[in-house]
Design a protein. Structure first.
Length: 245
């Protein structure tokens, strides 16, 4: 290779890459292209353009909320792990609970059994809300980026996310609550049944809101689960019988 380098007649093969770049830069600074480009840049810099307004979104609050609700609803319906997978799990578990507490009745001796069944159902359904924590974290990442860009505010995001999740929570709680209620044979009557499923819906909604709040603070999945479980244990007084308090 050394003999070939010394025997070569081409001067470009006898200089390094750094030297070749330096020569090209020097030639460019003394060429007509350099002076033409410089004059063109100075000419363009004299133009006064329009200053763009960076004040964020110009859409109204209602339009922002509607758009976010529609986007969140589509995202939740397409993501199988967001609510659909939990719905299947709820159906299977409440069916198993119904077989365990099958027709316990409404007698005085079955009070503890009905209380245990209700605690089991409410505890499990609210506990399974942690299954949507990864999706909550992804939503919070998108929200933080778009919020910094000024596209919408916190209130629009919270309202839109709540409205988009409401149909799925209603489906989950009413289907699982109906299976458990009639298999166990709780108090007959539509008002008793409606009170049961509405309490279940309210509990799930509160826990979903809690998980969204935790996702905004702790983006780590494991830490989010730990914090959610600890927060639930703080108000788990229903596990203790009234006589022992």
């Amino acid at each position: 290779m050394k003999l070939r380098f010394e025997a070569s007649d081409d001067p470009l093969e006898k200089i390094t890459t750094t030297e070749a770049i330096r020569l090209l830069v020097d030639y460019y600074h003394t060429s007509d292209y350099y002076y033409t480009t410089k004059a063109k840049v100075e000419e363009i810099s004299q133009y006064k353009g329009t200053i763009l307004d960076s004040g964020g979104s110009q859409a109204s609050f209602l339009l922002q909320t509607y758009t976010l609700t529609k986007r969140s609803f589509i995202n939740m319906s397409r993501d199988f792990g967001y609510y659909w997978l939990r719905l299947l799990i709820y159906i299977l578990v409440t069916f198993c609970i119904g077989t365990i507490y099958w027709k316990v009745g409404t007698s005085y001796s079955a009070i503890l059994a009905r209380g245990s069944c209700a605690s089991f159902v409410f505890g499990f359904v609210t506990f399974m809300s942690i299954g949507g924590f990864p999706s909550f974290v992804e939503d919070m990442k998108v929200f933080q980026r778009e919020r910094l860009n000024g596209h919408y505010g916190v209130a629009a995001f919270v309202i839109a996310n709540t409205l988009a999740a409401t149909p799925f929570l209603i489906i989950i709680t009413f289907i699982s609550g109906t299976i458990c209620y009639f298999m166990v044979g709780l108090h007959p009557g539509f008002t008793h049944y409606l009170f049961f499923v509405l309490c279940l819906y309210a509990s799930v909604t509160v826990v979903e809101s809690l998980m969204m709040a935790i996702a905004s603070i702790v983006p780590n999945f494991l830490m989010g689960i730990i914090i959610e479980l600890e927060s639930r244990d703080l108000h788990a007084g229903f596990w203790i019988l009234q006589a022992t308090k």
